[in-house]
Write a protein that binds this ligand. Structure first.
Ligand code: SG4
Ligand code: ZN
Length: 261
């Protein structure tokens, strides 16, 4: 902990392995998903999202992304089914995005990226006592990835983009109650799933990834509001725009991708 990392020239993804050797490990994320290589497993059920209670607490800028945190003291907001043996509790969601065009997602599909990617991070509270403990266990986390493509305005993303001016600087945050992430889901929950890692240091190989096939549409104007955020704190003289905060695809190393249509 405490190592400095970022998305810049010297401290970006290609340098992370120096402080975090697991960056070159056997189950790193993200990956390029090649749909025709994904296997349909008959035992793989649909994913079920129970986000009926609005347990969001706050929104903040942690210097790497914008994060909405949830009350995870009970099972009110969980993901289950699909590849998961237990319900996993929603802890937070955050975004990755580019500076322009159709670059910005972490996962790619047949080599193509999307403008942004939303990650809903959940942890296994049946097997582990805390998020911290779960985040180092091979089945500790389940992250639901949703692609954002540019198109029409997204009706509900405004709830978030309208709050971004409050969290412009690294270290800033504000209350953000009653937000139900259900409104950010596409109509289909068909997905790809594989075993991977956190996509930022400490890059723990603890994530069961579930990536939805169907993207949601958001407007350029909405994405533009994310790009007004800063990687830097209020006290820093040099201001750096928060953009291109994504890690590129990592080697598959023999892993199998499964799908559910
Ligand atoms: C982003 O940097 C988030 O801001 C982090 O959230 C998150 O870390 C990190 O990405 C890695 O998560 O789904 N992309 S990812 O693999 O969830 C964690 C916070 O630091 C541990 C709160
Ligand atoms: Zn992420």
């Amino acid at each position: 902990t405490g190592h400095h990392w970022g998305y810049g020239e010297g401290d970006g993804p290609s340098a992370w392995h120096k402080n975090y050797p697991v960056a070159q490990g056997s189950r790193q994320s993200p990956i390029d998903i090649i749909p025709h290589q994904a296997l349909q497993d008959r035992s793989l059920g649909p994913i079920v999202l129970n986000y009926d209670h609005c347990t969001s607490i706050n929104i903040s800028n942690n210097g790497h992304s914008v994060v909405v945190e949830f009350d995870d003291s009970d099972d009110r907001s969980v993901i289950q089914g699909g590849p998961l043996d237990n319900p996993y509790r929603l802890k937070q969601f955050h975004f990755h995005w580019g500076g322009k065009g159709c670059e910005g997602s972490e996962h790619t599909v047949d080599g193509y990226g999307y403008a942004s990617e939303l990650h809903l991070v959940h942890w296994n509270a049946v097997k582990y006592c805390s998020f911290g403990e779960a985040s180092t266990a091979p089945d500790g986390l389940a992250v639901l990835g949703i692609f954002l493509e540019t198109g029409d305005d997204h009706r509900w993303l405004h709830m978030i983009t309208d709050a971004l001016y409050m969290v412009k600087f690294k270290g800033s945050g504000t209350e953000f109650k009653g937000f139900n992430p259900k409104c950010l889901l596409p109509s289909s929950l068909h997905y790809w799933t594989y075993l991977g890692s956190l996509t930022t240091p400490p890059l723990h190989e603890s994530v069961i990834w579930i990536v939805l096939k169907e993207p949601i549409a958001v407007s350029e104007k909405q994405l533009g509001k994310f790009r007004l955020l800063l990687f830097t704190g209020e006290e820093e003289d040099q201001r750096t725009r928060m953009e291109n905060n994504f890690r590129p695809p990592q080697p598959l190393k023999g892993r199998k991708i499964q799908k559910r249509t």
